[in-house]
Write a protein that binds this ligand. Structure first.
Ligand code: ZN
Length: 405
């Protein structure tokens, strides 16, 4: 097959290293066959060079924590309906949310669960988005009487977590466990009790490992997070108020962390729509505290994968990637570092080898945004093109994003 070339004004390769200027990408058989400085190499094959010297090129985005069954809408009726609807009723919304994600260059995502396992069922159906990869947790496990009913199934009080899991014969590559409550919007840094013992979590991690499944754990607060990390779970979701010791233990054990900062901020932005007695000042302090933890996690070398909790109130699928990235910037992340968390680390956590960043020999699947890197992350909202295996995606070109919820 013949070689083609793309001249990129700027390249963010996803490794976390510095942005490169004026690069010539050589594409062959859907892969990058070489990546070189453009200036010295442009004498050859000029006719086959696509000139993107006014653009920035970067790897496909990965949203490591979403919920497809829920719209981010502030319309209370829609939200309440989605919490009780069956899979058939939810299907159009799930398809729409996938389209929003795709339109913002999110080519892979991890769904954190829903009550009916609808997102997981959809991902296996012929109606699944043809150009996206979805990993889904299906129905998350929570202890009967505790938080988690909206996104999963209860483990009865007299039954162990692993027994319930084994009886379910759960398929797929992920298991989700809810091991704490939600964060308080009234009392700063309020902790909740863990839902499961460390032994129960250990048993689950082992049983899941035998089926080749990874365990993602919703956990906020010191003890709920400590037990999950010590039990060897694969990732901590949210992790608000987990504290320095847990952050250091995660760095040591290689546990992934998905901090979902924007979802907390969005609660504050939508207080009226939420019509709760939530306290704006508490929410603001929660956000600040999480950013401090994120700063520390970066210093300690924790594998941070960017996730938005899209579907949560005011957290739009796709668009909220930009909001989450802006918060990483506030926590001291450089542009390259935030793209690293939003691309390569997420892909690695999800086990998607084909999205391992832009490097020689890798798949030529990448995003193009108009302008210099200084326009990012904002320009993710208006991508110039999505390339898949060396060619621009028609699906992207022909289906502009239009939010209806
Ligand atoms: Zn979630």
């Amino acid at each position: 097959m013949e070689k083609t070339y793309v001249r990129a004004g700027w390249l963010i390769d996803g490794s976390g290293g510095p942005v490169q200027n004026d690069v010539l990408l050589e594409l062959e058989n859907g892969r990058f066959s070489s990546i070189r400085p453009a200036e010295e190499n442009l004498q050859q094959d000029l006719a086959r060079v696509t000139d993107l010297s006014h653009c920035t090129v970067f790897p496909p985005l990965v949203d490591s924590h979403i919920h497809l069954f829920m719209s981010s809408t502030t319309d209370r009726q829609t939200r309440e309906r989605q919490l009780v609807a069956d899979c058939e009723e939810l299907e159009p919304a799930i398809a729409r949310h996938l389209h929003y994600l795709f339109s913002h260059g999110v080519l892979a995502a991890r769904d954190g669960g829903d009550r009916g396992g609808c997102a997981e069922a959809f991902s296996r159906s012929p109606r699944m988005h043809p150009e996206m990869v979805l990993r889904s947790a299906g129905r998350a496990y929570h202890r009967q009487g505790r938080y988690g009913g909206l996104i999963g199934r209860a483990v009865p009080a007299d039954k162990s977590l692993v027994k319930t899991y084994l009886e379910d014969a759960k398929e797929g590559d992920l298991v989700k466990v809810v091991n704490s409550g939600l964060n308080s919007l009234h009392v700063f840094a309020k902790q909740t009790e863990p839902q499961f013992s460390q032994q129960e979590l250990e048993e689950l991690v082992e049983a899941a490992g035998q089926r080749g499944q990874k365990v993602m754990v919703h956990a906020n607060g010191r003890e709920p997070v400590r037990r999950a990390v010590a039990a060897g779970c694969h990732s901590i979701e949210h992790g608000f108020f987990m504290g320095e010791e847990n952050i250091r233990m995660m760095a040591e054990k290689g546990t992934y962390w998905v901090p979902t900062v924007f979802t907390m901020k969005a609660f504050g932005l939508n207080l009226d729509a939420n019509r709760t007695t939530a306290d704006a000042k508490v929410i603001e302090k929660n956000v600040e505290h999480q950013l401090d933890q994120l700063r520390l996690a970066r210093e300690c070398g924790v594998r941070v994968a960017l996730g938005t909790d899209a579907g949560s109130l005011g957290v739009l699928h796709g668009e909220s990637m930009v909001e989450e990235m802006k918060l990483y910037k506030k926590a001291g992340y450089s542009l390259s570092q935030m793209f690293h968390a939003a691309t390569v680390v997420g892909a690695e956590m999800l086990g998607i080898d084909t999205f391992s960043g832009i490097h020689e020999g890798g798949r030529a699947t990448f995003l193009v945004s108009r302008g210099a890197p200084s326009q990012l992350p904002r320009k993710i909202l208006y991508l110039e093109a999505i390339y898949r295996d060396g060619k621009p995606s028609d699906l992207y070109r022909k289906n502009p994003v239009k939010h209806v919820d």
